[in-house]
Design a protein around this ligand. Structure first.
Ligand code: ADP
Ligand code: SR1
Ligand code: MG
Ligand code: MG
Length: 422
């Protein structure tokens, strides 16, 4: 049978594990031709171990992801609950159902004892979006797909669609993911603004920039507002870590993976994560210029993707709202919000607040990737430290402006112009 006690797996013991789980061994056709089974650890994320298990004689594969009770990229000294695998499995189910399986890998199996999930293998040519952005590859459907994913997962888990009773039941379930929220609170909203053993940056070039963060009263005032919103506002089921390494893509397919940070939080945290990471990708492009590619048109494509993502999100979200305005959602009762002008006013207010939240969270997430513990490959892959620091400083300065002045921006075209003029 399945393992009775938690045990960290390795490439060797994965097969032994699968043998004890009929749902997985039968999927793989295990038993007949065991020598055709291969296991490869491919985890390149910060936290967990990911194995691709393949039966090469039939050309079938799936993925096993296991959470150990610590942060992989740091080591056993930084403990992190392995219960995160449970929240990842629940979020995969929920987001999979809401998007009708279009943008989330199917969950095959969850094992609580082993803190492990099995899911669909996103086969090549799927790659991590961040790697595609570094390589300068355009994805024509990305904005459309991400807008669809975010509009659907956020709308259908909010009070715009649900009763407060229904909502509270769901909020309570994901409240248990508190340790993961505390992790985010530390690495996004606290550590970049104080001295922390985990912070690092491209030194010595950014030493003054890092110090300036610790003395920027206006910035700290704004970050406190965001932290409060992150910790207090159960607006919708958010992915919680929606950067460009949590998206796998081909030209035609966009798949959102890795929702282990999922909980009921502010919608803008997801939208901001995605947009903020696209802005990081934009500012890193100058570091990837070579004789073959000046990256000019690619930078334009990134900006267009930022603009399209927000505009498509806006339209899709409002369309869902209009479609369900007489449904069970209790945020704006149709008996009270009973005329088109009022409906328009309320929607305008809601979307403007959401836009400003997204800008704030996006900016905070940019800052943590330059000064905090975990950096991004967009910049890390720029070998020349001077070049890298110059790209990082522009991104950091832009993020600081965005964080402080976000309510001055009325629409996404203003953001795109601000990036271009920066
Ligand atoms: P972590 O939580 O450690 O960041 P991820 O879920 O992001 O782990 O997975 C780490 C890596 O494993 C991804 O960057 C990707 O390369 C690979 N991976 C994860 N899930 C899948 C999948 N379903 N199909 C193919 N590759 C995957
Ligand atoms: C040590 S911080 C690691 C980071 O990686 C994850 O993807 C989350 O973003 C987390 O903050
Ligand atoms: Mg990941
Ligand atoms: Mg993860």
């Amino acid at each position: 049978g399945a393992f009775l006690e938690f045990r960290p797996l390795d490439e060797g013991s994965v097969i032994e594990y699968i043998k004890g789980v009929p749902a997985l061994s039968s999927k793989l056709g295990l038993g007949k031709n065991e020598e055709d089974i291969t296991v490869k650890e491919v985890g390149d994320g910060n936290l967990n171990f990911v194995y691709i298990v393949s039966n090469n004689s039939v050309g079938y594969s799936f993925v096993i992801k296991q959470a150990l009770p610590y942060i992989r990229c740091i080591g056993e000294s930084w403990e992190l609950t392995k219960e995160r695998a449970y929240y990842e499995s629940e979020a995969l189910k929920e987001q999979g159902a809401i998007t009708k399986g279009q943008h989330v890998p199917q969950l095959y199996h969850y094992d609580h004892t082993m803190s492990l999930i099995a899911m669909r293998y996103l086969e090549p040519p799927h790659i991590i979006l961040r790697k595609g952005l570094i390589a300068g590859i355009e994805y024509p459907l990305l904005a459309h797909h991400m807008a669809h994913f975010m509009a659907h997962t956020l709308f259908f888990t909010s009070l715009l669609f649900r009763s407060t009773t229904h909502h509270r039941r769901h909020v309570a379930k994901f409240c248990g993911n508190a340790a993961m929220c505390r992790h985010t609170e530390q690495v996004v909203f606290s550590d970049p603004y104080q001295i922390s053993q985990y912070n690092h940056w491209t030194s010595p070039y950014l030493d003054h920039d890092a110090e300036a963060l610790r003395h920027d009263n206006l910035l700290k005032l704004q970050v406190a507002d965001l932290k409060s919103k992150f910790s207090e506002r159960a607006q919708a089921l958010i992915h919680g870590d929606l950067h460009t390494s949590s998206v796998m893509v081909t030209r035609d397919s966009t798949q959102v993976i890795d929702p282990e940070f999922a909980f009921y939080g502010p919608m803008g945290f997801d939208i901001g994560a995605f947009l903020g990471n696209l802005i990081l990708a934009y500012f890193s492009q100058d570091g990837h210029v070579d004789q073959l590619n000046d990256r000019k048109s690619y930078k334009e494509w990134i900006l267009k993707t930022i603009e399209d993502t927000w505009n498509l999100f806006y339209n899709k979200f409002i369309a869902l709202w209009d479609e369900h305005k007489d449904g069970a959602g209790e945020a704006y009762l149709s008996t009270i919000y009973d005329n088109p002008e009022l409906q328009l006013l309320v929607q305008k207010r809601y979307m403007t607040d959401l836009f400003h939240d997204s800008l704030g969270f996006g900016a905070a997430k940019m800052i943590r990737r330059i000064i905090g513990v975990a950096h991004v490959e967009d910049f890390e892959s720029i070998i020349d430290a001077v070049k890298r620091a110059n790209c990082e400083r522009r991104a950091l300065d832009f993020a600081k402006t965005l964080l402080k002045d976000r309510i001055k921006f009325e629409g996404i075209t203003e953001i795109v112009s601000a990036i271009q003029e920066f």
